[in-house]
Design a protein around this ligand. Sequence first.
Ligand SMILES: [Zn+2]
Ligand SMILES: [Zn+2]
Length: 361
Amino acid sequence: MSERTCKHCGANDDVNLSKCGGCLKIRYCSRECQKHDRDRHRPECRVIMEARKLKRTHHQLWDAVENENLTTLQHLLTNNEINVNDATCWIAGQTPLYLACSYGSTSVVEILLTAEDIDANQAETDDGCTPLWIACQNGHAPVIELLLASSGIDVNQARMDDGCTPLFMSCQNGHASVVELLLTSSGIDVNQATTDDGATPLSMACTEGRAPVVELLLASSGINVNQALTTGSTPLFMSCQNGHASVVELLLASSGIDVNQATMDDGCTPLSTACQNGHAPVVELLLASSEIDVNQALTDDDGSTPLYWACSERHTHIVELLLAVSSIDLNKGCQGWSPLRIAQRNNSSEIVQLLEDAGAQ
Ligand SMILES: [Zn+2]
Ligand SMILES: [Zn+2]
């Protein structure tokens, strides 16, 4: 029955209906009808009024969290009617704890976590991000310390659409102090990859060139230094592609590193991508590694080598670096094009000279 009818007789004369003075919700067409319904309505009226009062209290809870009003917050939490995980007052199902964590309100988080019924893992409904996740994204280390100390915290709970974990997010944004905290927490999965492209926290830190974060990850037990994306790109590949020399240096010093592990689609090696993109300091580091295969070519139909790439992209200094390697194959090229031929076609006179001096054909 619509609320715009008399609760007793069902009349729907909109103009003449009046609301119950208590709950301000139930309507009657006449004093008579209200009187007849009184015994039935009394308990219902009380429930409606209590619910409204509780809703007001929840709004007060939110105000207290947003304005960091600690005294009010503490007082509200003594009300055992209150739902400390209330997600109805804010956008996207965010809880008071989520909001406080996103702001980095350490004192508010500390108080909320003392509430008996607090659910520290309750995620917002849009993306499934937890309070810990949002604190990690924003780099609020003191808040994260509190969350990690709270019982039942799920340190690996990921965002819904792409499986991005709190650790992944901290690595992406380069929050080294946060990464340090997460790595010491029990149950952390240091290699948990995203569900869309299989990127690990390490590969993300390498892509972004976050050297201090990479250092922490490499020192953590159980790290898989060669775990690749679904494309086959390893952390080393990502850092070489983007020219992050300091990160490459750290990776090359780590035990178990595979310096020649290539991508799956075209067989591109870390050295190839560094040569192609002109990252000379990275090439220098790779060439100093004892395991490097300087002639490893792409596996797709072009079969180009690191030297071919350096020549075709006109990176003179890299050509010099490669020619200084005794095991370099001067003539291995791509679909009939030798490094020398491609340099001639490009009119790269300096590179042509270097190749001819080295005995290339
Ligand atoms: Zn009536
Ligand atoms: Zn009422």
